[in-house]
Design a protein around this ligand. Sequence first.
Ligand code: GDP
Ligand code: IMO
Ligand code: MG
Length: 406
Amino acid sequence: MAVTVVVGAQWGDEAKGKIVDFLASDADYVVRYGGGNNAGHTVWLKDQEFKFHTVPCGLLHPHATAVIGDGVAVDPINLAQELDIVAAKGIDSSNLRIGSRCHLILRYHTMIDELEESRRGSSPLGTTKRGIGPTYADKAARSGLRMEDLVDPLRFRARLEKSLEQKNAILKHLYGHAPIALESMLDIYEPLGRRFRDQTIDVPARLLDAVRSGKRIIMEGAQGTLLDIDYGAYPFVTSSHPIAAGACLGTGIGPRHLKRIIGVAKAYTTRVGEGPFATELKDSTGERIRDQGQEYGTTTGRPRRCGWLDLPMLKYSAEINTMTELAITRLDVLSGIDPLKACIEHGSNGPVYIELEGWKDDLRGIRSREALPDAAQRYLSIIEERTGVPVSIVSVGPERSETIVS
Ligand code: GDP
Ligand code: IMO
Ligand code: MG
């Protein structure tokens, strides 16, 4: 049993990409299990920044096979662009595999996502406008198109024609938008079907084989627990299952195969998009965290909302995911903020905080937990006490080496 799940413990952007990359040095497979190109996973490699959206970070490890699991919604145009960008940086993607059951994000999905956000007027969801909601809606309605359709030209044409009848009616009558012509879509998608045909696989078959032969598999989560469609703060959520159980759904690997479940959490809290955020700081401290942490969205560039660490939320996340351990990231960002606060309870009058001593030191050069300032060590201990989960990894900078294993 060697399946490790890396799951976002908060509202996304916890630095899952960095943690997956750190762990992938001895992995045989790195598998994205859900979400789509709403995700933005950043990895720094030798002073080069990589931003992954649909492709697993494992692509940077030539010995590993990178797999886009069946639970991922794939925008073929965007995937091709992403692969062209990494190719220009010298990264080979011939060992990337794509699930045959992945639902396709097609042009009308992104259009409808955008049109629907404007139709929500003064109360939008703040989506990334990547077509995620409409694509998963089609999946649940059993009218979506999948990778297996894209790579089969006759089937793709027939299914797209049928789907367009419905989408064009929606575009015209609900949004007053011009219809999309079938041929214009085929011109774009047919070459992409040819491009990805040989990389499309039966994911459960391949991964079960790998599990049986003792291969090491990392499941790369996208988004975060509080964005889960069922267990997040509905309706301000995404349309997939970021939680650890989603790793089973998105790959066909059953729960008993999962061994390590690593929840990734920032040392504070951020959120992009709309929705409740109890510990949000709308003052100069919030701005300071945003400045020191350069908290701007990897996918959309939007400023991230920043706030104190929410320990009851982390405890919830630990339980929902059955975390075996926590990776606390961006601890370096809190240097110089003194005192620090952490929410320990959500009372009827709002969050209840404890005040904690801060530290001034730059943490980026530190490589052991004992070498951290006492106040930073206490901060980590409080997280462990309040969540009941050991902190096994601490990240003190974006680079692979800026990592403490404890
Ligand atoms: P993901 O979506 O969870 O993979 O996270 P993102 O890549 O969207 O955002 C995390 C950001 O934090 C990226 O810009 C990373 O390069 C950066 N990062 C990762 N770990 C650390 C850390 O420990 N300290 C600092 N300062 N930045 C980090
Ligand atoms: P990674 O994998 C942070 C948020 C959006 C919005 C809500 C719904 O990089 O952590 P959607 O486009 O999914 O319909 O938007 O979910 N969201 C994310 N926030 N990180 C992400 O991914 C996100 N993916 C979606 O901002 O609030
Ligand atoms: Mg991100």
